[in-house]
Design a protein around this ligand. Structure first.
Ligand code: URA
Ligand code: SF4
Length: 216
């Protein structure tokens, strides 16, 4: 994070509901990522959702649509939700970082996803915490390392702790909740069969554990 950009904190209205937060996030300049992206992609879903699902950052599709998980990762995620028995309509979906970070290829002008830096994740974290405190979900799912590191710390390892339900209580959280980390859907999409099929099956196994918490 550049010293000029102090993070999202000063843009986040205190104790606001989701609609006000979303509107305020449109003008966030808490890190450099707003400069090249099309728009802020805030979270979406019912403000009393029982499950809150956190990805990494918007991709190319989401940057254009302005909504989270409207591209290939979202299609895989919602297919997995269906198979795991998670009701998408009662789930709030969002990202650790609200602007698309990319590199522009010289040839063809294609925009290639770039992983957000730790400083950008930290800069955007106040938005994620504001969503958690507005929605107060019973369970949080962190999809991949970026989301897991934002909420559970940089020491957390998705590979060894995926599918495990942890209690989450912290001074930045108004109400304690629970959290489970698993892989990001893009990690499944990157593979080819038969590895992809196996990774998808493993992803469903993790999501079923989340579904059990919600039905239990
Ligand atoms: N990947 C994410 O992490 N989030 C999205 O919204 C889309 C793709
Ligand atoms: Fe603000 Fe987050 Fe966008 Fe950075 S990525 S400008 S902190 S909304």
């Amino acid at each position: 994070m550049s010293p000029r950009r102090p993070g999202a904190e000063r843009w986040v209205p205190p104790r606001a509901g989701i609609d006000r937060l979303r509107e305020a996030a449109e003008t966030c300049e808490g890190c450099e990522l707003f400069e090249d992206a099309t728009q802020t992609v805030f979270g979406e879903g019912p403000d009393d959702a029982r499950l809150l699902c956190v990805g990494e950052q918007p991709g190319d599709d989401e940057d254009r649509s302005g909504r989270p998980f409207t591209g290939p990762s979202g299609r895989l995620l919602f297919k997995a939700f269906d198979q795991a028995g998670i009701d998408r309509s009662t789930t709030y979906v969002t990202n650790a970082v609200k602007h698309f970070k990319f590199a522009q290829l010289q040839t063809g002008g294609r925009r290639i996803h770039k992983k957000p830096a730790a400083g950008e994740v930290a800069a955007c974290r106040p938005w994620l915490l504001s969503e958690l405190n507005a929605v107060r979900p019973e369970l949080v799912i962190a999809l991949g390392a970026t989301a897991a590191h934002s909420l559970l710390g940089r020491e957390f390892r998705v590979s060894s702790q995926r599918g495990v339900i942890h209690d989450l209580a912290a001074d930045w959280l108004d109400e304690p909740t629970r959290i489970m980390a698993t892989v990001h859907p893009s990690a499944v999409l990157r593979l080819r069969d038969p590895e992809r099929e196996e990774a998808f099956a493993q992803f469903i196994i993790d999501l079923r554990k989340a579904a059990e918490v919600l039905t239990g």
